[in-house]
Design a protein around this ligand. Sequence first.
Ligand SMILES: [Zn+2]
Length: 256
Amino acid sequence: MDSVITIPALGDNFIYLYRYNKSDALAVDPSDGSLVLRAMKEHGLNLKTILITHHHWDHVAGTVELRQKTGCKVIGADRRRIPGIDSVVEDGQILPVGDCKVRVIATPGHTSTSVCYYIEPSAGNENGILFTGDTLFVGGCGRLLECDAQSMWDSLQRLASLPDDMLVYCGHDYTLENYEFAFGIEPGNQDIKERLDQVRQAQNQCRLTVPSSILLERTTNCFLRAGTPELKAALGMPRAQAVEVFAELRRRKDIF
Ligand SMILES: [Zn+2]
């Protein structure tokens, strides 16, 4: 029995259900309420809690309907911009959800109030699970819409320092595009080439590219590798600071 149920929505969004006991689940970023209700019914689950990573409509659109129909509680970090929010969380807070502990990690960058949620290891979740919204993608990162490059870089570093085998579930399926971009930056990098081949194969076989792991992201996500000599050389910025390299990568990806 998988503890995480992934629901593709709106073309390239991912909604997640995390089942923490036989009958109860939480949902992350429910962009489509009816898809969540259908999955709950199919798996015989009750929705108790909604975790929101950030206020964008493609992450919150189903929230009000789900709250109304199930009585679930809505949790997020932006009182003003998340519809139906019941409780506002901040960095470092630990939320007890059933028997599991959910830790809040503030990750400003994509928006000023973006957070990630880390579910600490427990039975059925040996590695720990990280829901990253639009901060960290598989092979990529979110656009800088409300913050500067330094804020996003610092947020990504916090995520990269989490345990290697922690599973990463992100908010969008941009995986193929991200590795095509990375391969264009470092055409000689064998790890990126292998990863691109794996991702292409997964897509051809209609397999999801989530979850990833912290280790896989740290070694093949070009945005997390901005501090490495290889990436600095690839961009012709050998003496630049990591954050400057990161900002240049983000700028190039914006027009990719
Ligand atoms: Zn967003």
